[in-house]
Write a protein that binds this ligand. Structure first.
Ligand SMILES: [Zn+2]
Length: 117
């Protein structure tokens, strides 16, 4: 039997990052990452992949309404925007060993080599 890996995907994009949409109807749009779903490899970007959601009236006399909310997009459809050079870039990982001997992994911009916090 093949063991199913339930390990969440290591994503290089975190909540609060700015990303650029690479494809789809929101191509070239940029937005802030609102939520990340590492298990699905998807994330929600503010202003991207907007879907209309219909809300049913809850109480009598209330009207149903539609709200527009951003929905999940695959990570592969986004690219991180580097905060220091403002370009959409690939992300590298850099391992540094601190004075206490603990190693930390920082994300670095492949274009300007700046550490992305
Ligand atoms: Zn950069």
């Amino acid at each position: 039997m093949v063991k199913k890996l339930e390990k969440p995907m290591k994503l290089k994009i975190k909540k609060g990052d700015m990303v650029k949409m690479l494809s789809g109807k929101d191509r070239d749009k940029t937005g802030k990452v609102l939520v990340v779903f590492p298990k699905e490899g998807r994330l929600v970007v503010d202003g991207a992949n907007i879907v209309k959601k219909h809300i049913r009236p809850r109480k009598a006399g209330e009207k149903g309404q539609t709200v527009e909310i951003p929905s999940k997009v695959p990570v592969s459809r986004t690219m991180l925007i580097c905060p220091s050079c403002n370009k959409a870039t690939r992300v590298g990982l850099k391992r540094t060993i601190g004075a206490d001997g603990k190693s930390t992994r920082d994300r670095i911009c492949k274009k300007c080599s700046a550490i992305i916090v």
